[in-house]
Design a protein around this ligand. Structure first.
Ligand code: ADP
Ligand code: MG
Length: 301
């Protein structure tokens, strides 16, 4: 099969591993920089041109779309979907997962365990919202942050109010969340493919830090997960409509809570911590599932 990887950089660990795994299983793998894909729309067939030549003959596309290029990247992916190329994750599911509030709304509707989360517009409602989330200490998060960058811990009510004012002053969208202190800066990343957690790892925040992101100096180790954690991760990915997802769970004293569902989870940390060939499992999934035009939305979402 001809497989396209939408990635800005062929030297990134995850991209390299997917090329390796695809080629090892006899596929032809081509990396396309989404920002160099030219889309043409007309009453005839939708087309993509890449550095002067027409894209055709691909059986599947693996999106590795960074948060900074979500708009253009998902548009390119949608174009592939309209051309009936099988997407590992669909464009609508990726767009959905990039908005933390939208994701939590969908998960909450289906009864997935979540930290109590609040969202309010008016400064007149700040105090009430902070109270509803259990009062300080509280977490405040930008809706479209990644790698821990937009996540702040406010230890006191005054600090929380200041951060809320600052975010509002910048016109930034954010949510407020109960701080799960008992997790001690740790969370569990479950790597979901289809209806299975194929690998998991525990991430521990660096000394003096509450965010466990590897980009924030967190360290990863292999993790054993419980059957309820496994079930929560698989359900969360399914609710988001993602075939492949990195589901982050935090262990609270009332069970596992979903923090977020990542649509382009990195492979480096998880392969190192678990010793599992996750890239190979992604290619296996594509082999089993890729069919022409097999998407829920065909780019219509
Ligand atoms: P990002 O998309 O930036 O990774 P997350 O929501 O995953 O944002 O938060 C980053 C990290 O911050 C998490 O991995 C976790 O370690 C910590 N964290 C986030 N929310 C909470 C919370 N409600 N309670 C405790 N720690 C949290
Ligand atoms: Mg995260």
């Amino acid at each position: 099969m001809k497989i396209a990887i939408l990635s800005r950089n062929r030297n990134l660990y995850s991209t390299k591993r997917l090329i390796e795994a695809g080629e090892a299983k006899g596929h032809s793998v081509k990396v396309l920089d989404p920002l160099r894909c030219v889309m043409t729309l007309s009453s005839a067939e939708p087309q993509i041109h890449y550095r002067g030549s027409k894209i055709e003959g691909f059986g599947a596309v693996i999106p590795r779309i960074g948060a900074s290029i979500t708009f253009y990247g998902t548009a390119v992916l949608r174009q592939f979907e309209m051309m009936e190329v099988y997407p590992l994750n669909e464009s609508v599911a990726i767009s959905r997962s990039r908005d933390k509030l939208r994701s939590l709304q969908l998960l909450s509707r289906k009864g997935i365990g979540l930290p109590v989360t609040g969202f309010a517009h008016s400064p007149d409602d700040t105090e009430h919202m902070l109270e509803k989330c259990g009062g300080a200490p509280l977490i405040l998060k930008l809706l479209e942050g990644t790698q821990g960058k937009g996540v702040v811990l406010a230890e006191t009510r005054k600090a929380a109010e200041s951060v809320v004012d600052a975010f509002r002053g910048l016109n930034a969208n954010f949510l407020v969340q109960e701080f799960i202190e008992e997790a001690g800066g740790a969370d569990v990343r479950c790597f979901v493919i289809g209806d299975k957690v194929v690998a998991s790892m525990q991430r521990q925040a660096a000394e003096g830090e509450f965010r466990s992101n590897l980009h924030r100096g967190g360290s990863a180790s292999s993790a054993k997960i419980t059957s309820s954690e496994r079930a929560a991760a698989v359900r969360a990915a399914k609710i988001m409509g993602l075939n492949v997802a990195g589901v982050d769970l935090i262990r609270s004293n009332h069970g596992p809570l979903v923090l977020e569902v990542n649509s382009s989870p990195g492979l480096e940390g998880i392969e190192a911590a678990s010793g599992i060939d996750v890239a190979g499992k992604i290619i296996d999934f594509i082999e089993k599932n890729a069919r022409e035009g097999r998407t829920k939305t065909r780019g219509k979402g």
